[in-house]
Design a binder for this molecule. Structure first.
Ligand SMILES: Nc1ncnc2c1ncn2[C@@H]1O[C@H](COP(=O)(O)OP(=O)(O)OP(=O)(O)O)[C@@H](O)[C@H]1O
Length: 289
């Protein structure tokens, strides 16, 4: 499976939602798509799912244009904040309908998830709460086992225990049935451990695409006595700082090699990993553009 996006652009009237977006997804792993409100995430994902067509550039999935391409569309599942307000079916019948056009759909797994999320089998879907409708989207996304599965902020309205079930099932099912999974989210701190790779979209452009661990290894939070910390980080790229009494913690970002980390430890400073949340906030701040 391969997704190739080359120089795509899309405008709504005179508003440019995507500009010169290029990237490739080649591996069966979990990609985190991050971006602030209005960055263009849903626009980009809807193009990958053939719901939309770029006005410039090209998208190919296994070498073919996905737009109105039935065989490609069958391999891509796009789960988003869809309205079920007119859906009178009960959940099991609804899932059976989906099974008919998803060749890898696992009905036993879907029924197991219905139980896990405690969804009511006797209620029409249109009467499901917001969180229950989101859980239904999660079930469809996981049980379809499509080679490309896209979850666009699929957790909306789900409570913490339900989100936890989603994350655990996602990791387990990905291990057993690897595929390309794209997760777009604002819950960066809560979901960062799920990502193998991170794509950061800012104002319609790709800011970075990088392996999660390699991205995280470039930064660190340095904590210790304020004076020693200030002295150590003076010439570094500082992205966040917190102080409590005489103890200070400064988050730095840039290439931070092991010898530098050791130098901090030698000065009695504590070196902790950076958080994706801090990095996301920093990289998308206005003054960094
Ligand atoms: N149908 C539309 N007509 C006009 N403008 C649109 C339309 N859909 C999206 N936009 C605009 O395009 C930009 C990108 O929107 P998009 O929904 O892709 O962002 P997003 O990153 O998914 O945002 P959020 O995180 O808030 O969901 C925004 O400025 C939005 O207002």
């Amino acid at each position: 499976m391969n997704i190739k996006v080359e120089n795509i652009g899309l405008s709504y009237g005179n508003h440019t939602a995507l500009e010169d977006v290029t990237f490739e997804l080649n591996e069966k792993k979990i990609y985190g798509l991050l971006g602030r409100n209005g960055a263009g995430k849903t626009t980009l994902l809807s193009i990958l799912a053939s719901f939309n067509q770029p006005s410039k550039g090209s998208v190919t999935i296994v070498g073919e244009d996905p737009f109105e391409n039935a065989s490609i569309m069958q391999q891509v599942a796009f789960l988003y904040d869809k309205s079920y307000k007119d859906e009178t079916s009960h959940i099991i019948n609804y899932l059976k309908d989906i099974q008919r056009y998803r060749p890898n759909f696992d009905m036993n797994y879907a029924e197991y998830l219905v139980g896990k999320f405690r969804l009511e089998k006797k209620k029409p879907i249109k009467h499901f709460s917001k969180g229950m409708q989101s859980a239904l989207n999660v079930i469809i996304g996981l049980a379809s086992r499509t080679p490309v599965t896209i979850f666009d902020e699929v957790y909306l309205g789900m409570d913490a225990p339900s989100r936890d079930i989603f994350y655990k099932e996602l990791l387990k099912d990905q291990q057993d049935h690897p595929r390309i999974i794209i997760l777009s989210t604002h819950l960066v701190s809560e979901m960062d451990y799920l990502f193998d790779e991170v794509i950061l979209l800012n104002k319609g452009r790709i800011l970075l695409q990088e392996e999660f661990h390699s991205l995280m290894s470039k930064g660190a939070a340095i904590t210790g006595s304020a004076e020693t910390v200030d002295d150590f980080v003076r010439s570094m790229n500082q992205i966040n700082e917190k102080q409590l009494g005489s103890t200070k913690s400064v988050t730095i970002y840039g290439e931070l090699h092991d010898d530098k980390k050791q130098a901090a430890v030698d000065k009695g400073l504590e070196v902790a990993p950076i958080s994706l949340h801090d990095l996301f906030v920093h990289l998308t701040e206005e003054e960094n553009e």
